[in-house]
Design a protein around this ligand. Structure first.
Ligand code: ADP
Ligand code: MG
Length: 376
């Protein structure tokens, strides 16, 4: 698609969680109409959109209905059925295509693609059964992490094996029963960082400053920007971002997660072919957000050069944090408070986030560290 879709046109989004909500908010700001497809009535994204089709993500009839009702179709999560997308392409523009989806839906094809592009991934072995698991542990040497190749997120579908003599085989067998897995060497992490890249159909890109990420129990806890890394690592990360965007024929926003090891090796961890939790701080900290960049990309609008106005920190609000954070907000004028409007509050479920623009990132991080909200 090379034509530009101007305000007034309709954007259809498959998936109605917080990423869809923030995409929709950006699109509405620019004057687009937005339709959401999600099984949850009045989901986060539908609350700020023009309409919702309540249906499962793989309901082909309903996807076709959505496609017919919109001028361009996009998605907010990576486990969309690529075949279904091919099918609905008959009825509307799907400028993102399916290449990025199909490469990143499977950890093996994702890692192969990254390596073929000339970049380093963590040493890993494909595992189909318990014998291969034992051989893999011997070859890589503990600690290792067993991961399902499909559908994992926020550390789900992963088992850390610190001591191979002391593992729960039932858990390992259970994960292997779900399908092929990979065994990854556990890296001694110095830092985790990510880079968000967006592109339009002409291949013009906007690349955001590198973000530094802290996870707790494998769930993103804190993101800060700019990342405190060497200029050499930063240069390499931008190069990875630009190269992978081109090779994936990126349209819209994607995010690449990296590991930096204690001996300063940079590994590509994984690619999210959509806006990413670590990029939420771009809403307040940059001249355009990762969501605006996504909408610009899929509508084939021009892609601006990204400017970071101020250093920033973003902290996630999980189910166990939300109530206390709301109660504290009145005494924190510096908080940019985001509540995704989800009705079911659950432990470890992402319910919202807070962004703080800061002159002194170290002090901001310390204040977060000292705040009891995030003790649980
Ligand atoms: P998800 O799809 O759940 O985001 P990831 O592979 O990104 O899966 O793993 C989640 C988190 O677990 C990472 O951000 C990192 O903190 C930790 N992790 C995963 N793999 C490794 C590894 N090989 N070495 C060290 N830490 C890891
Ligand atoms: Mg990840």
């Amino acid at each position: 698609m090379n034509k530009t879709l101007l305000p007034g046109k309709t954007i259809g989004i498959i998936g109605g969680g917080q990423l869809g909500q923030m995409m929709a908010l950006s699109a509405k700001e620019m004057g687009y109409k937005v339709l959401i497809l999600d099984p949850q009535p009045n989901c986060s994204a539908a609350q700020v959109s023009d309409g919702q089709i309540v249906a499962e993500y793989d309901d082909l009839d309903k996807l076709v209905e959505l496609a017919k009702a919109c001028d361009v179709l996009t998605y907010e999560f990576e486990n969309v059925n690529a075949q279904a997308i091919e099918e609905v392409k008959k009825y509307t523009e799907v400028p993102q295509g399916t290449k990025a989806l199909s490469v990143t839906q499977n950890r093996i094809s994702e890692k192969d693609f990254i390596e073929q592009s000339g970049f380093k991934v963590v040493p890993h072995i494909v595992i189909d059964n318990i014998f291969e698991y034992h051989r893999g542990v011997e070859k890589l040497g503990a600690p290792v992490i067993l991961k399902t190749i499909r559908g994992g997120y926020d550390g789900k579908g992963q088992i850390l094996i610190d001591d191979p003599e002391n593992v729960c085989y039932a858990d390992i067998e259970h994960l292997l029963m779900q399908g092929t897995c990979i065994l990854e060497k556990k890296i001694n992490l110095k830092k985790e960082v990510s880079v968000v890249v967006s592109a339009n159909s002409q291949g013009d890109t906007s690349i955001f400053p590198v973000i530094e990420n802290v996870h707790r129990h494998n769930i993103l806890h804190l993101s800060t920007c700019p990342a405190q890394i060497s200029s050499q690592s930063e240069h390499h990360i931008y190069q990875v971002g630009e190269t992978l965007a081109k090779k994936l024929e990126l349209v819209g926003t994607m995010c690449i997660e990296f590991f930096i090891s204690d001996n300063d090796e940079v590994y590509v961890n994984e690619i999210a072919p959509r806006p990413h939790n670590s990029g939420h701080l771009t809403i307040e900290a940059c001249n355009l957000s990762q969501f605006e960049a996504h909408v610009r990309g899929v509508c084939n609008l021009p892609m601006p050069k990204v400017q970071l106005f101020k250093t920033a920190a973003m902290i996630n609000l999980l189910g166990q944090h939300l109530e206390n954070a709301k109660n504290q907000w009145p005494v924190h004028p510096e908080w940019h408070f985001h509540d995704y409007g989800k009705d079911a509050v659950k432990k470890n479920r992402k319910m919202g986030h807070i962004t703080i623009l800061s002159e002194d990132l170290a002090a901001t991080k310390q204040a977060i560290e000292n705040n009891s909200i995030w003790d649980v």
